[in-house]
Design a protein. Structure first.
Length: 451
């Protein structure tokens, strides 16, 4: 077997990060009246525990740069929250938001440089030298097996040398032989990984293969018979000792991710309420009241998580009317002059940050529809009800892609649901951040359907 350095990479990456965490804070916190030993231990312990839950160091040869950035973003947001949380409990300490911001900004920059250099050096070193490649074979000659072989050959940066197929069911020039000769081949060619198609091997041969791979430190992996199901999120449950595979509806079913997203929502919405809503509410109250009679806020019952109703808040942009289940249309006579401006700039949606704080909504998610739209489209549009697997959002992927506002045709709703479902099934922190930034950009650019 070739010598591997990959098993040391997690430790090297962790060690470099900890050195950065502990080296920088004395420069920024020296005037804050804290014990460097106690605070350093707190940072060390916090970083280590959070990295376990954020899976910061669970990086493999097939992990993409986007996944790595997402893990880093999760780690830093949680680390920021816990760093801030230290000061209320250490009464002698002087809190400084600027010191924390400078410390974490430098730490983020250095750690991103560490990880980028490590990531690209390993890939380049692997390609140039051919070292640390893993020899692989595949048992089975199915469509999925061929697709996997193509990945091995088209992505040399993944670091695999494909040696050939073995199959008992098919004969082909690409097939080396039957499964009964695979053991000798693996020992001769120093095979590191065997990929096995589940429908190509009997239970008895599989048990024998497992014993062989265990004895010779060869990794055994399985290729599903179809990618249609297994491409989605699977989790393993055990009924006593019996394993059962089940599909997760969304990555947000994971309790850790759910907790993280909720923490992000609370911090972000609290920040907006303190810095923007504190002065905007009195200003909007004056402008809305001076033009038309009625409440400052408009509240409407809408379907939320698991189709549970909640009151969605907005700044009132219309004259008081009885047709609340009808969407606003272009040049809608119900909309006031102030309402036209706040709808165009999406200011009318800002009170929904209170909904986020209350737990009814999230910053990013499918926009909450009217109950009448649910009744109309639930049976007409495929996967429409999937949008209720998660909390509705102030903004969403469909909205930044242009599918917002009035539904004029069924095609408008179909496209909106496509983006909503894609977001739900492929959620990531990076996607949330992109959507938030794109929402801000769209507000300043102006949107055609914001009326």
């Amino acid at each position: 077997m070739q010598k591997r350095y990959s098993k040391y990479l997690k430790f090297i990456s962790y060690f470099l990060d900890i050195v950065a965490v502990l080296s920088f804070f004395p420069f920024f916190f020296k005037e804050l009246n804290i014990s460097f030993f106690f605070f350093g231990f707190y940072l060390f312990f916090t970083w280590s525990i959070l990295s376990f839950f954020s899976k910061l160091y669970s990086v493999y040869r097939f992990t993409s740069p986007v996944e790595i950035l997402t893990k880093v973003a999760k780690q830093f947001i949680l680390f920021l929250l816990f760093t801030i949380a230290f000061f209320p409990f250490y009464k002698k300490a002087i809190f400084s938001g600027s010191a924390i911001a400078l410390y974490l900004s430098l730490l983020l920059l250095v750690i991103l440089i560490f990880k980028s250099l490590l990531f690209f050096y390993i890939k380049k070193y692997r390609l140039i030298t051919g070292n640390n490649f893993r020899n692989t074979v595949i048992i089975g000659y199915t469509r999925e097996a061929i697709d996997l072989k193509n990945i091995f050959e088209n992505r040399p940066d993944y670091g695999y040398h494909f040696k050939g197929f073995f199959s008992d069911k098919k004969e082909n020039e690409n097939i080396i032989g039957k499964s009964d000769v695979i053991k000798e081949f693996c020992l001769t060619e120093k095979i590191d990984e065997i990929y096995c198609s589940l429908n190509e091997i009997s239970n008895d041969k599989l048990k024998d293969l497992i014993l062989f791979t265990d004895q010779n430190k060869i990794e055994l992996k399985f290729i599903p018979d179809t990618k249609a199901i297994f491409s989605k999120n699977l989790k393993v449950d055990y009924y006593e000792l019996f394993p059962v595979l089940s599909l997760q509806r969304t990555p947000l079913d994971d309790p850790y991710i759910k907790f993280f997203k909720r923490a992000f929502d609370i911090v972000f919405s609290f920040f907006v309420i303190i810095t923007i809503m504190s002065w905007l509410v009195p200003l909007m109250s004056f402008l809305i009241k001076i033009e038309s009679k009625g409440p400052v806020f408009f509240k409407q019952n809408r379907p939320g998580l698991n189709e549970t109703g909640f009151f969605c808040y907005k700044f009132r942009s219309m004259q008081i009317n009885q047709i609340t289940e009808q969407e606003a249309s272009r040049n809608d006579p119900r909309v006031t002059k102030t309402g036209k401006f706040i709808r165009k700039t999406s200011i009318d949606e800002l009170p929904q940050f209170f909904n986020v704080l209350l737990g009814d909504m999230s910053i990013v998610g499918p926009r909450p529809h009217l109950w009448s739209q649910n009744k109309t489209y639930a049976s007409k549009v495929q996967k429409y009800m999937v949008r209720h697997y998660v909390k509705p959002g102030i903004t969403g992927l469909a909205q930044v892609k242009g599918y917002r506002g009035e539904i004029e045709t069924d095609e408008d709703m179909i496209n909106r649901i496509k983006f909503d479902v894609f977001y739900i099934e492929n959620w990531s922190l990076l996607m949330d951040v992109k959507i938030i930034f794109q929402t801000v950009i769209n507000i300043f650019k102006g949107e055609e359907k914001a009326y």
